[in-house]
Design a protein around this ligand. Structure first.
Ligand code: NAD
Length: 427
C-alpha cells in the first residue's frame, strides 16, 4: 500500500505497519494529504544514552527513548516499556497508536511512548531503580504534568512509576510534590495512583467482550477463552472474565503454555505466576506448545503480550471466532487480511485496550484536584467512556460498511481532522 514516505523504514517495520493501518480509514474520510503526512511520523524523537552503576561497582550504558507523536488534542501521553527488543521503530509505532487511541475515546491527550532497551529480569531492584531514576533525569523537561505524561507498559509497573515521580519531584525544585504528582500515571495508590488503574486495561478488554456479546446476541457466561500474556493486562482480564463465568482454557506467556479444557483456575494461576515468574509448571493443567495457543478451539482469543504475535500461519491455524487485541499491534497486516477472509472478527487494539489510558486520565485529573475517587466511581466513569466509544465504532462501521479497525480509525481521524481544521496549522 502506498504511504507517505519521509524515511527509510527498517525491514519488517512496526512503524510502517502502524502507518499502513490508518490509510484506508484516511481514504474513507478523505483526510487531506498534509494531515495524513503529519500523522505518519512523530513530532519529536528523543533518544538518551545514560550510565548506571551496577551492584558490583561496574557501569552499564543504557539507551532510552521517548517518542512524542502528536499533541494536537492535549499533552503527550503513553507508557514506558522495559524490554530487550525496544528500539526506535517499535516506540514510534506504539506512540502513533496512542494518538489514535486517545482521540478515539475522546480524551484530552495526544500520543507518546517511551522505553529502555533492557532485560529487566537480569537486574536487581536497586539496579532497576537507578535505571528508572537516571532515565527520568535524562528526559528532564521533555516530560511534565501538562506536557508529556508517561505510564506503565510491558516490563514496568506502579513501582517504576513511583520512582519516576519521586525523581521528577526531587529535581524540579520547590513547589511541593502535589504540583508534580500528575507527571506520571499508574502510580501506586499511596503515592497518588487511582483506584482501579492496575486492572483498568483488563477491565476495558472485558467491556469490549461484553459490548461484542450485545451486538452478536451472545451470552458472556460460558464463552471459552485463550489468553497470550499473563502480565498486567492478560491476568486482570482473565480474572475478571472468569468471575463473569467465562472459561479460560489456555494461557501462554514467555515461559510456557498451559491448558485445561475444564477451565483453568485463574486465581491459582495468578498466585503461581507471582511466585514462579511465569505459567511454566502450573499444576492441574497440561503443558502444550506455543503454537497450540493459537490453534486451540475457543470462542475468543485474546493476545495480551507483544506485537506481531498473530502471524499469517497462526491466523490460518486459529480456531476462534473473535480476536480481542489487548496487546498493541498483535496482528500482522497479512494475518488480518486472512482472518477477514475467514470471517474471524477483530476488536482492534486502540479500542480494546483503551481502558488503561482512560483511568490514567482519571488519575491525572485526581492529582490535579487533590481528590481521590472510589473504585466504584472510577469504574462507572470508565464504563461510560468505553461504552460510548464502542457505540461510535459500531455506528461508524455500519455507515461506511468497513472493518472494526477501519471504523475505529475513522472516529479517531475525524476528531483529529476537525481540530486541525479549526485551529489551522502554525504559522
Ligand atoms: P507485562 O509486562 O505486565 O506482561 C507481559 C506479558 O507478556 C507477560 O506475561 C510475559 O510473560 C508475556 N510475554 C512476553 N513475551 C512473550 C512471548 N514471546 N510469548 C508469549 N508471552 C510473552 O505487560 P502488560 O502491561 O500486560 O502489557 C501487555 C500488552 O498490553 C502490551 O502490548 C502493552 O503495550 C499493552 N497495553 C498495556 C497497558 C497497560 O496498562 N499496562 C495498556 C494498554 C496496552
Amino acid at each position: 500500500m502506498d504511504v507517505p514516505r519521509f524515511e527509510e523504514y527498517p525491514e519488517r517495520s512496526l512503524h510502517l505497519t502502524a502507518v499502513q493501518q490508518f490509510q484506508r480509514a484516511a481514504d474513507l474520510v478523505d483526510l487531506p494529504g498534509h494531515y495524513r503526512a503529519m500523522l505518519s511520523q512523530p513530532m519529536n524523537e528523543i533518544i538518551v544514552n545514560f550510565p548506571v552503576r551496577m551492584d558490583d561497582g561496574s557501569w552499564e550504558i543504557f539507551r532510552g527513548y521517548r517518542i512524542q507523536h502528536n499533541n494536537l488534542l492535549g499533552p503527550f501521553k503513553g507508557g514506558i516499556r522495559f524490554h530487550q527488543d525496544v528500539d526506535l521503530d517499535e516506540v514510534k509505532a506504539l506512540a502513533q497508536w496512542m494518538t489514535f487511541k486517545c482521540s478515539l475515546v475522546g480524551l484530552p491527550f495526544g500520543g507518546a511512548k517511551g522505553g529502555v532497551t533492557i532485560t529487566p529480569d537480569l537486574y536487581s531492584d536497586d539496579e532497576l531503580q537507578r535505571v528508572v531514576r537516571r532515565f527520568t533525569h535524562s528526559l528532564g523537561t521533555n516530560i511534565g504534568v501538562d506536557h508529556d505524561i508517561p505510564a506503565p507498559d510491558v516490563g514496568t509497573n506502579s513501582r517504576t512509576m513511583d520512582w519516576l515521580m519521586d525523581t521528577y519531584a526531587n529535581v524540579s525544585g520547590p513547589g511541593g510534590v502535589q504540583a508534580v504528582k500528575g507527571v506520571v500515571t499508574g502510580k501506586s495508590l499511596s503515592t497518588g495512583g487511582s483506584a482501579g488503574r492496575e486492572a483498568a486495561t483488563g477491565q476495558g478488554v472485558l467491556y469490549a467482550l461484553r459490548h461484542w456479546c450485545g451486538e452478536a446476541d451472545e451470552r458472556l457466561e460460558g464463552l471459552t477463552i485463550g489468553v497470550q500474556g499473563f502480565g498486567n493486562v492478560g491476568s486482570h482480564f482473565a480474572r475478571l472474565a472468569a468471575r463473569e463465568g467465562c472459561s479460560i482454557r489456555i494461557v501462554g506467556d514467555h515461559t510456557a503454555t498451559v491448558v485445561n479444557d475444564e477451565g483453568l483456575d485463574v486465581e491459582a494461576l495468578v498466585s503461581w505466576v507471582a511466585e514462579h515468574g511465569g505459567v511454566d509448571g502450573f499444576p492441574s493443567a497440561d503443558q502444550v506448545s506455543t503454537e497450540e495457543l493459537f490453534a486451540h478451539e475457543l470462542d475468543v482469543f485474546v493476545p495480551a503480550a507483544l506485537e506481531n504475535q498473530l502471524t499469517e500461519d497462526r491466523a490460518r491455524a486459529l480456531r476462534s471466532r473473535l480476536v480481542i487485541e489487548a496487546a498493541n499491534g498483535p496482528t500482522t497486516l497479512e494475518a488480518e487480511r486472512l482472518l477477514a477472509d475467514r470471517g474471524v472478527e477483530i476488536i482492534p487494539d486502540i479500542l480494546a485496550n483503551a481502558g488503561g489510558v482512560v483511568v490514567s486520565y482519571f488519575e491525572w485529573l485526581q492529582n490535579k484536584m487533590s481528590a481521590s475517587w472510589s473504585a466504584f466511581e472510577v469504574d462507572e466513569k470508565l464504563r461510560t467512556i468505553l461504552w460510548a466509544a464502542h457505540d461510535r465504532e459500531v455506528e461508524t462501521r455500519r455507515r461506511h460498511g468497513c472493518s472494526r479497525r477501519e471504523a475505529a480509525y475513522v472516529v479517531a481521524l475525524e476528531r483529529l481532522a476537525e481540530v486541525y481544521d479549526r485551529r489551522g496549522i502554525f504559522p
